[in-house]
Design a protein around this ligand. Structure first.
Ligand SMILES: Cc1ncc(COP(=O)(O)O)c(C=O)c1O
Length: 395
């Protein structure tokens, strides 16, 4: 048996491909990850909390982080949650998985916005439910059409417990749901007795002004559960996020066997985050990465305007993505698979639009470009290559 050295063993999800500028991955820029500040916070948390930092933790998440989080949410959103409405999770992904587990039964119909975060579709589908795309138009999810869809599914005997969407800086579109749609959606969900799961992962990555108030902040208790994350603002390897929901739903999560058995889901990391965030540490870090991602967003937008002057897209006000019409629906261009192969041969990659729809049933003419992981010069070169591939195949 041959032994590999530790530095030869797999460590990260990202796979670099030589000669390919990869606009497909929604990962942070390596230079935005606060390795030194995290080392300082780790030492600080161990000094401050001693053995309590390495003990089994409080089920809902350590008090210092929950308190900081409620205060922070009160500043960056329209409502400061109560501590008993907060549950600290292993990322937004686990928060969504826990919520789906709490309200779904196999065979249910779960409504999802479309296009939406492609891996959320997998997390929800793991609960053996059927994903049903909610009706949308140019402004996003249509509350009246969704109400009608819920009624018609229920008339046919289906349980419809939940609706998932990313209303603020959506992945993949970068768009936010307008305020009248937000109000309509919350009213519709209250009326229909539907739990809205609001994925608020990108709230703090807002480049042109404050993000809109969350659905959670405006809804009657119990209508919306909101999931959030430190993956984009601090680091995904922490596996740290949270949810805010009705206190009864949160208490049900504390009582889950694995939470009780494990003493919360991520105690030491959560306590270290409280240390990292203390005394303005989080704000200082955030302002640095906002400047970085704003620059990268602007570089991508400028490159697309320059190299693909006919492309139509919305400039994302936040998040990490640009949602572009690829032309793959045009008769003079090849279909999505061939177009991607052509782009990769030209040294650039992206994510095909179909991933963002349940059953990959739409989005053939769309691609998602991520500006998060690449420097401005790499983004410009990537788009130059992409333009060659999308127009005549020559980079
Ligand atoms: C909308 C959305 N939700 C959730 C996640 C995953 O978050 P986490 O790393 O906190 O599980 C992502 C990551 O790409 C995302 O874009």
């Amino acid at each position: 048996m041959t032994h590999r050295r530790p530095d030869e063993l797999p460590v990260v999800q990202f796979r670099a491909r030589p000669d390919v500028i990869d606009l497909g991955w929604g990962h942070p820029h390596p230079a935005a990850l606060p390795t030194d500040a995290w080392a300082t916070a780790t030492a600080g948390a161990l000094r401050r909390y001693g053995s309590a930092a390495l003990s089994y933790g409080y089920a809902a998440g350590p008090g210092p982080l929950v308190e900081w989080l409620t205060e922070r949410l009160g500043r960056v959103d329209a409502y400061r949650p109560e501590a008993d409405q907060v549950f600290v999770t292993a990322g937004a992904s686990q928060a969504l998985d826990l919520l789906a587990g709490a309200v779904c039964r196999p065979g249910d119909a779960v409504l999802v916005d479309a296009p939406t975060y492609h891996l959320a579709l997998r997390i929800v589908a793991d609960h053996r439910v059927d994903l049903v795309a909610a009706p949308t138009d140019r402004d996003g999810l249509d509350p009246a059409g969704t109400a009608e869809l819920v009624r018609s599914l229920r008339r046919r005997g289906r349980r419809v417990p939940m609706l998932y969407l990313v209303p603020t800086f959506n992945n993949p579109t970068g768009r936010s749901l307008p305020s009248d749609r937000r109000a309509g959606l919350v009213a519709m969900a209250e009326e229909a007795g539907l739990l809205v799961v609001e994925d608020d992962t990108y709230r703090e990555l807002s480049y042109d002004g404050p993000a809109p108030a969350s659905l959670f902040s405006t809804a009657a208790t119990g209508t919306v559960a909101r999931v959030g994350s430190f993956s984009k603002t601090v680091a995904p390897g922490l596996r740290l996020g949270w949810l805010t929901a009705d206190a009864g739903l949160v208490a049900g999560l504390h009582r889950r066997g694995h939470v009780d058995s494990g003493g919360g889901v991520n105690h030491t990391t959560a306590l270290t985050m409280a240390e990292f965030a203390a005394d303005g540490g989080y704000d200082r870090h955030l302002s640095g990465i906002l400047a970085r991602y704003r620059r990268q967003r602007d570089a991508l937008v400028t490159a697309v305007r320059r190299h693909l002057p006919d492309a139509r897209f919305d400039v994302p006000g936040g998040g990490w993505f640009l949602w572009l019409r690829s032309g793959a629906d045009r008769v003079d261009l090849p279909g999505p698979d061939e177009l991607l192969a052509r782009a990769e041969a030209a040294g650039v990659s992206y994510l095909e639009g179909t991933w963002f729809y349940p059953g990959r049933a739409a989005g053939r003419d769309r691609i998602r470009l991520s500006f998060s992981r690449l420097d401005p010069a790499e983004l410009a070169e990537g788009v130059r290559r992409l333009a060659g591939a999308l127009t005549d195949g020559d980079a």
